[in-house]
Design a protein around this ligand. Structure first.
Ligand code: NAG
Ligand code: NAG
Ligand code: NAG
Ligand code: NAG
Length: 369
């Protein structure tokens, strides 16, 4: 009898200790990942992101266009399109880019670019490619929450008013504290800067529709096989991600229409341009709101097909980091400065949009937490 009581007491004591140990261990495992990640400072993260850019000079500089850049030569660009001297049929220009992280209690990033590519782009003879002076500074990776969304349209027309508007990324949310050092007109349609010094403009055409998969009544725009083209002010730019940013091509770039796979389905083609080394979380640019822009792949090597909001932004890790991801559906890179919501309908300015949006597991955890 006494033996049985002692055994029972022992069993109870053992159980209590076991439960206590499990509680302590699970608390530790919850705590350690957060702490080890938090110990990587925002400044360090900014430096890592900045190091992915093909910079030509250490910044900040007083005037990026007045610096000496990296010379590019090209024999397929004619006189009306050449952004520099054209001598004996050879067009020459310089690519100039400085990306600087500024430390402090709030880490900021400054982007200074002359917006000229490092490759021999295919520019239609009627269009011109011109040097720009893009210069802005913004809070790096500002903290945002799924519970405090920049946009939460509840009808398709409200969604259209946001993502089908070429001018909706003129300003960044106040939490980004965007400071512009260049003329306002240069930044009006700028959504971000790619690591290869090619600006990323708002996804929409001047008609406020998808430039590649427009609704009936609109003509698709043409780009080169790096998926870029110049606009009216001579800004050579992307609306859709290209592996040319990660793995710069040499020689003459052809047009998309002369490249069978690109002409057949530009969105699928965009995926194939990424080298296998980019089949992981890969920085391809920085948005004008200070959030990082990643290529089409997650850390797992899977392409992004869900988990994004109406702006193409995703809460992609347990820390609550928010970034934009390249996708094969409109808005392809970023359509607005989020976070946005996850409605059960898509925009009407494209024939290649999402029909509904779903939260990532990390966004859902934040929403429920
Ligand atoms: C920057 O430098 C360029 C080229 O040297 C010059 O044309 C331009 O006026 C300068 N801009 C400013 C704001 O100083
Ligand atoms: C590039 O294009 C130009 C003009 O069409 C041509 O003269 C030149 O041979 C091409 N270069 C290469 C390497 O194909
Ligand atoms: C960056 O700034 C933070 C906060 O002001 C400071 O604690 C940290 O030491 C700085 N890091 C560097 C590398 O200067
Ligand atoms: C915004 O950034 C500027 C630096 O460009 C700084 O002087 C200012 O205090 C910041 N404003 C806020 C609200 O953080």
């Amino acid at each position: 009898m006494l033996g049985k009581v002692a055994l029972a007491i022992c069993a109870i004591i053992f159980t209590v200790f076991a439960i206590a140990a499990i509680v302590v261990l699970s608390l530790i495992s919850l705590y350690i990942p957060n702490q080890s990640v938090a110990s990587i400072s925002a400044y360090q993260t900014c430096l890592t992101v900045a190091s992915k850019f093909a910079t030509t000079i250490a910044g900040p500089v007083a005037n990026i266009t007045a610096t000496t850049g990296v010379t590019v030569t090209c024999s397929q660009i004619g006189i009306s399109s050449c952004p520099g001297p054209l001598i004996n049929g050879i067009c020459t220009w310089q690519r100039k880019l400085a990306v600087t992280c500024i430390n402090g209690s709030t880490v900021r990033i400054r982007v200074q670019s002359n917006a000229l590519p490092g490759r021999c782009a295919d520019v239609p003879s009627f269009a011109s490619m011109q040097e720009q002076n893009i210069d802005f500074e913004v809070n790096f990776n500002p903290t945002v929450s799924v519970k405090s969304q920049t946009y939460s349209p509840s009808t398709q027309s409200a969604l259209d008013a946001i993502v089908c508007s070429i001018s909706n990324q003129q300003y960044a949310p106040s939490g980004s504290n965007l400071t512009s050092y260049s003329s306002a007109s240069t930044l009006t349609t700028l959504a971000g800067m790619s690591i290869d010094n090619v600006p990323i403009l708002n996804v929409n055409s001047a008609n406020d529709v998808d430039p590649f998969y427009p609704p009936a009544g609109y003509t698709a725009e043409s780009v080169d096989s790096c998926l870029a083209h110049p606009q009216v002010a001579g800004i050579y730019h992307y609306h859709m991600a290209s592996g040319c940013a990660v793995s710069p091509p040499t020689g003459n770039i052809s047009s998309c229409s002369a490249t069978a796979a690109c002409a057949a389905d530009i969105a699928s083609y965009s995926l194939t341009t990424f080298p296998s080394s980019a089949k992981k979380l890969t920085v391809i640019g920085i948005a004008k709101d200070g959030h990082v822009i990643y290529g089409p792949y997650l850390a797992s090597g899977n392409i992004v097909t869900s988990g994004i909001d109406i702006c193409n932004g995703m809460f992609y890790d347990s820390i609550g980091n928010y970034a934009y991801f390249a996708t094969t559906k409109f808005p392809y890179i970023t359509g607005c400065f989020g976070p946005g919501n996850y409605p059960s309908f898509g925009p009407s300015c494209t024939t290649n949009g999402q029909s509904s949006y779903t939260m990532s597991v990390h966004a859902a955890a934040q929403a429920n937490g």
